[in-house]
Design a protein around this ligand. Sequence first.
Ligand code: F6R
Length: 366
Amino acid sequence: EKGGFDHFMLKEIYEQPEAIRDTYRGRMLPEKGLIKMAGIDDHISKFLNAKRIIIVACGTSWHAGLVAEYTFEDLARIPVEVEYASEFRYRNPVINKDDVVIAISQSGETADTMAAINLAKENGAFVFGVCNVVGSSISRATDAGAYTHAGPEIGVASTKAFTTQITVLSLIALKLGKEKGSISNSDFNMYLNELELIPAKIEQALESNNHIIQVADFYKNARNCLYLGRGFNFPVALEGALKLKEISYIHAEGYPAAEMKHGPIALIDEEMPVVVIATKKGHYEKVVSNVQEIKSRKGKIIAVVTQGDQQVKKIADHVIEIPDTFEAFTPLLTTIPLQLISYHIAVMLDKNVDQPRNLAKSVTVE
Ligand code: F6R
């Protein structure tokens, strides 16, 4: 049932190329220059007239929502707020009739996310679900939706659900961007062609697995770990830190790289590994100077870089390469090595990877 893998988590990490193909299959039609999604097509005016999109989710799904904030604002020029469902539901939030609420949930059963949906509906908002489990409570409670089609996710630590959520949300952002004219037809087509290449690029990223095992071995005894990223990859830093915490029980924090100097830099010494996402796109030079600052404080740097990178390679203690892609799609690639690092460290520490202590696959009570 684990298909030759030692754990479901590893199997699911390796399933990501196929899962993403399943997510966009039949929806993305590059030869026609079209994205077809019934849940959006049937309610297109709701989306085009939306003054704002509010995304509600928990945990890893919330991180996918944060990536979507960058994608929706960049490609579709719609303002986005991303909320922890648990905070939103009790905050007496301002919800307007022309808000579109997007709820993201792998299981479709998360209690806080469900409560946030009910609150949004009571206030007259249109609620769209992005779920993985077909027929789940959230998929039934929402006005419309799009499934991720990632297949069953058994490992408690979410992996393929995250990347397929980002894929669905990117498709929606691209579709709305095209409808609104905020991206040109030729850019739209370029994005579609690039998205089609992502599964093969994830396969390439997975080829670093043996190298990542060596990196993991180097850091497995760390007590703390910092994850830094900017722009589209800031949420990936949060997700990388969450994965490490969840399955290896090593304390980890994710930060937007520029926030480092507002506090976390005080933590940096020779005992502190810092995982930095430093891909060629988006703020590269600024992240390089963060890497230099970490180095000069003797922090240990593990950098996720674009293939062929020269600058970071000279400074970092370890580099893990990923293929080049459009900035908006980099999270789909940068996430892969971070999942693998956590996985291998947890295995080396003899932790229960698929069933980490104190965690449940779906959190059906608040
Ligand atoms: C992280 C993880 C949790 C879930 C969260 C939301 O690896 O598994 O943080 O992401 O409980 O779950 P869903 O997406 O099912 O609503």
